[in-house]
Design a protein around this ligand. Structure first.
Ligand code: NOJ
Length: 448
């Protein structure tokens, strides 16, 4: 390998990311209220094989062991999320002190092990009680979310100095309120546009609240981004379709945050979001983040399709294209992360970019107590190298976090896709570090 950790400089943030519902388990322990993922996954057919996150990796009980593992892997930053319904079982109102205690113990444990906690405020597990009132479709979510953010900063802001407001708003509004394939399983354009607008307001409002309560906090929020190319580059209709999909999946949330408004010019249907706009919203959608979290896994090829409403476009799956692909049917295409970084860097208002997620799901084989996941090692190496390429060209990227620490509940796909640096035996909850985990530890070893 022709590069090393030191090529990124001493201040580059190296980390690993997780999310509450995907690992914690203990879904109804110690006063926790149900979230939309708890109820969504109890319903048959929503999740592959009917699985759910009731127990997941039991991180709620095993966090000390897992934090020790992160430490052992030489990873300095741990990004995790807070389960809103552990703190507010009803979404608002009465605080569950046992929920607060859990995150206090977790944060203190990170600090005692010398890890820097970076916390995501919302990683998709809305309290079910708030969904009963419409969830993200109800504009009151801006007040509900503000109460939650305030409570987190007041309780944890003395020790946590890096905050991310939302995780991938495009995915939770698109999959959860348009396609209905993620919790809460709602469909349709009206639900989607309302949810999207309220999420866009919350990402900015959340930033303002953190800044007002914690002056020395570094504040960011995260976005999914897939590098897109037309399936047939010489066909105008594929190029136009690609531009529309780009506006929808890559630009719709970041541009209003940067004060540019929604990308209506490239995707006309977004003008219907005006229905949900109130006075001053345009201004309130903007907030000057300290950093932007970029989450990239793949590239997508886009083909014109008259049958798909609004975008007239469809994604051509990697498995149909004779290219290497993962358990998620995502193409392995390392330059995608480079292109994503270049694109984000071209927005003048972005001050710093952190790759808050990148990683891969491949099927693993456990043999003689070992997982030789060479494909995953190569994926990580090749992507990190592309991050370095961008950095050398002057891109303001200052961090890279692997998705994810350990195999976990991959939303609608259940436990099938394996993204972890660490294997979990879900019957015994035994952890085994994969070769990829050992490789990352070696790469990060400060003495090399
Ligand atoms: C994005 C999400 O933030 C995370 O929860 C998910 O598991 C990974 N990508 C992989 O799909």
């Amino acid at each position: 390998m022709s590069f090393a950790r030191k090529d990124f400089g001493d201040n580059f943030n190296w980390g690993v990311s997780t999310a509450a519902y995907q690992i914690e388990g203990a879904h109804d322990a110690d006063g926790k209220g149900l979230s939309i993922w708890d109820s969504f996954s109890q319903k048959k057919r929503n999740i592959l094989l009917g699985e759910n996150g009731n127990e997941a990796c039991n991180f709620y009980q095993k966090y000390e062991e897992d934090i020790a593992l992160i430490r052992q892997l030489n990873i300095p930053v741990y990004r995790f999320s807070i389960s809103w319904s552990r703190i507010f079982p009803e979404g608002i109102g009465k605080v569950n002190s046992e929920g607060i205690d859990f995150y206090n113990r977790l944060i203190d444990c990170c600090l005692a092990q010398g890890l820097m906690p970076w916390v995501t405020l919302y990683h998709w597990d809305l309290p079910d009680a708030l969904q009963q009132k419409g969830g993200w479709v109800n504009r009151s979510i801006v007040q509900w979310f503000s109460e939650f953010v305030e409570c987190c900063i007041n309780n944890f802001g003395d020790r946590v100095k890096h905050w991310m407001i939302l995780n991938e708003p495009m995915v939770f509004t698109g999959a959860g309120y348009f396609l209905g394939v993620h919790a809460p399983g709602k469909k349709g354009l009206g639900n989607f546009l309302a949810a999207a607008h309220h999420a866009a307001l919350c990402q900015a409002e959340g930033g303002r609240i953190v800044r007002s309560l914690c002056a020395d906090a570094k504040i960011g929020t995260t976005f999914s981004y897939s590098y897109l190319e037309p399936y047939r580059p010489n066909l105008v209709r594929d190029c136009k379709a690609t531009a529309k999909v780009d506006a929808l999946i890559n630009r719709m949330f970041i541009e209003p945050l940067l004060g540019m408004g929604y990308p209506i010019k490239d995707l006309a249907v977004l003008n219907r979001i005006e229905r949900y706009m109130k006075q001053d919203d345009e201004v309130n959608l903007a907030f000057d983040m300290d950093f932007i979290g970029l989450q990239n896994y793949t590239r997508e090829l886009i083909k014109y399709s008259p049958f798909v409403p609004f975008v007239n476009a469809k994604i051509i799956k990697a498995s149909k294209r004779n290219v290497p692909y993962t358990q998620m049917d995502w193409e392995v295409y390392p330059p995608s992360i480079y292109e994503a970084l270049k694109k984000f860097n071209s927005y003048p208002a972005i001050k710093e970019i952190i790759v808050t997620e990148n990683g891969v799901a491949f099927k693993d084989t456990l043999q003689d107590g070992r997982i030789e996941d060479t494909d995953r090692v190569n994926y990580l190496k090749d992507h990190i190298e592309q991050v370095l390429r961008a950095k050398k060209e002057g891109v303001k990227v200052n961090g890279y976090f692997v998705w994810t620490l350990m195999d976990n509940f991959e939303w609608a796909e259940g436990f099938n896709p394996k993204f972890g640096l660490v294997h979990i035996d879900f019957k015994t909850q035994q952890r085994i570090v994969k070769d990829s985990g050992k490789w990352y530890a070696q790469f990060l070893n400060p003495s090399i």
